[in-house]
Write a protein that binds this ligand. Structure first.
Ligand code: ZN
Length: 159
């Protein structure tokens, strides 16, 4: 799904049961992530309003986060360029916490928590936002956001 799809602006519902259907969805999302050469994908991006996302950075194994909860974020922030599979072609520097502590359930129904920094923290925070209908553009100034969206609209018209 790409903007301006409503599903990208809607708060997702918790996963009620980590069953075969959810495992199949997680697998499908990981496959989609690989096809798109992305590093993170949230369920609303594939038109499912569920609180889950998948992440894979560098040589790491894919990680599945179901019903994630952010426990804490660092005071230190860092500026890093972001893009989004739902907003193809647009990139911008976004300021976010440098590290994050998060708990979630994996696709086998096991709870886990991790502390992440660097690119992993960045992608976790970006994907978590998707579960609340928030896009990376929302972290930019209004002026910057409008400028980027204008560029996006123009690109769509010329395709
Ligand atoms: Zn995104």
């Amino acid at each position: 799904m790409t903007i301006p799809a409503d599903v990208l602006r809607t708060r997702a519902e918790p996963v009620a049961d980590i069953n075969d259907e959810i495992r199949a969805l997680a697998e499908e999302m990981i496959a989609t992530l690989h096809t798109a050469s992305g590093i993170g994908l949230a369920a609303p991006q594939v038109d499912r309003l569920l609180r889950m996302f998948v992440v894979q950075v560098k040589d790491d194994n894919p990680r599945v986060f179901i019903n994630p909860q952010i426990i804490g974020t660092s005071m230190e922030t860092v500026r890093m360029e972001e893009g989004c599979l739902s907003i193809p072609g647009l990139y911008a520097d976004v300021v976010r916490a440098e590290s994050v502590q998060i708990q979630a359930w994996n696709e086998r129904g096991r709870p886990f928590s991790i502390s992440a920094d660097g690119l992993l923290a960045r992608v976790i925070l970006h994907e978590y936002d998707h579960l609340d209908g928030v896009l990376f553009l929302d972290h930019l100034s209004e002026r910057r956001r409008e400028k980027l969206l204008k560029k996006y609209d123009t690109a769509l018209k010329t395709v």
